[in-house]
Ligand binder design. Structure first.
Ligand code: SAH
Length: 437
């Protein structure tokens, strides 16, 4: 009998990617084999993101294609997963009506319906849903990328940023038990994973919603102590919830990478207040200064939204100026789009024209490129440590520095998972090239 096949299509954040890999692993442990093209698959797994309109549009065009495939092959099973599906089963009916080609709806971070489906079809999935059960293995199809694994530690979010749909799609904040997380970390290490990235919408809040649970600094220390794990990161941080204890833990603990993802979203205090972020631009700058005082070489990544309702050209310039002062290593720039149910969509007119949003995005992107060109230039000639993740067709090794800069390494015979030292020979704004030492 030929094994059943599946094809995975996924978009969105690291949490989504982690969810998708778990679903893929469950399918593979039940005997499914991955195929690169949807047209060759017996089961399609579509993992969705709705954080911006652009992401949602991508899903609809993909579903149009999937619908065509299903017309040609009525036996095709279509599983729709993630934030478009959401947590509320009452909404599934509406989705079912809109997308009759979908057979199976999977909420974010929830594999139970997939297990039930496999059981109903008489396909044995060896893992049970017990909390103590080991995590699904990394799917075979992903072995090329299995040096780094994302490990969700806080699911959902209970913060009410006015623009953000995540609480409505992923539900309220819920930390996972640390025992479960540590067992997973050990299981990942035993499969050759060398770097673990702990995930949460506000990862700094880990454990605060569970009585008697350890908090993020202790969790990080324990994950970093897992035999075989060389590097540990965590994201995303919220400026209100990062603690000095967290910063000093990163500074003091070998294996915890000096890297922080701290979205700021805007440089104008009026816009930050309208977003209900809970801090001012000056407080953000002070936080970054504390991080850099403790960890001078720390990498910093942030997020910016341009064109939030009511954002004037002057307020946008405040975002530009804040970024020049903070000088981060990466900015993920998004044009505001209203999301269903959010406060801003319901109460604040989306009044910055699309052309003006695009102008602001392009201006910030150009400033970022110029800033990173200057910032990375002094790296030329420096020696860095790289964890090799993949080998390019050209033979170059690809990996990252502890502060998360992507590097391509020439002249190395290192295997994925090896740590190597290399000297930077070219420094561009978005990547580096190095020669192995
Ligand atoms: N929990 C994280 C981010 C989650 S969403 C945080 O605290 O910020 C990832 C990014 O998408 C956000 O940082 C924001 O920059 C962007 N984003 C979220 N909602 C958006 C919207 N309605 N329009 C445009 N960008 C948005």
């Amino acid at each position: 009998m030929t094994p059943p096949t599946y094809n995975l299509w996924t978009i969105g954040c690291q949490m989504n990617e982690a969810d998708a890999l778990r679903a893929a692993a469950l399918l593979e442990s039940a005997g499914f084999r991955p195929v690169p093209h949807a047209r060759d698959a017996g089961l399609l797994l579509l993992n969705t993101c709705v954080v911006r309109q652009q992401a949602e549009d991508k899903i609809y065009s993909r579903l149009t294609y999937v619908d065509e495939l299903k017309r040609k092959n009525p036996g095709l099973v279509v599983a729709l997963m993630g934030c478009l599906v959401g947590k509320n089963p009452r909404e599934f009916a509406g989705l079912r009506e809109r997308f009759p080609c979908v057979d199976l709806f999977l909420p974010p971070s929830d594999l139970a319906p997939l297990r039930e489906f496999l059981l109903a079809r008489g396909i044995a999935a060896p893992l049970d849903a017990e909390a103590e059960a080991p995590p699904p293995p990394l799917p075979d199809s992903m072995t090329g990328r299995s040096i780094v694994a994302h490990l969700p530690v806080v699911l959902g979010c209970s913060h009410a940023c006015t623009y953000c749909v995540i609480p409505y799609r992923r539900g309220g904040e819920c930390s996972r038990p640390s025992a479960e997380i540590l067992a997973e970390a050990a299981a990942l290490a035993s499969r050759g994973v060398r770097e673990i990235i702990l995930l949460g919408q506000i990862v700094d809040r880990y454990g605060l919603d569970r009585d008697g649970e350890i908090h993020l600094p202790e969790l990080l220390r324990r994950v970093a102590a897992t035999p075989g794990i060389a590097r540990v990161r965590f994201l995303t941080s919220h400026p209100r919830w990062i603690t000095d204890e967290l910063i000093s833990t990163v500074a003091a603990t070998p294996g915890l990478c000096p890297y922080f993802e701290v979205p700021v979203q805007a440089g104008s205090d009026a816009i930050l207040a309208a977003m209900r972020r809970g801090y001012t631009a000056a407080e953000y700058e002070a936080l970054i200064a504390r991080i850099r005082a403790a960890l001078p070489g720390a990498g910093l990544s942030t997020d910016m939204i341009v064109g939030f309702p009511g954002e004037t050209a002057e307020q946008f310039e405040e975002s530009m100026a804040l970024m020049r002062r903070v000088n981060p290593d990466m900015i993920r720039i998004a044009k505001y789009s209203p999301r269903p149910l959010t406060y801003s969509a319901r109460h604040l007119p989306d009044d910055v024209p699309e052309t003006e949003k695009e102008r602001r995005r392009v201006a910030m992107e150009a400033q970022l490129r110029a800033m990173l060109t200057d910032k990375n230039a002094p790296l030329l000639g420096q020696t860095v440590e790289i964890l090799v993740e993949t080998i390019e067709k050209s033979g170059r090794r690809h990996g990252r520095t502890p502060d998360y800069k992507p590097v391509f390494v020439d002249g190395s015979a290192a295997a994925p998972g090896d740590l190597l030292r290399a000297r930077i020979t070219w420094a561009g704004p978005f990547s580096l090239i190095a020669e192995a030492l």
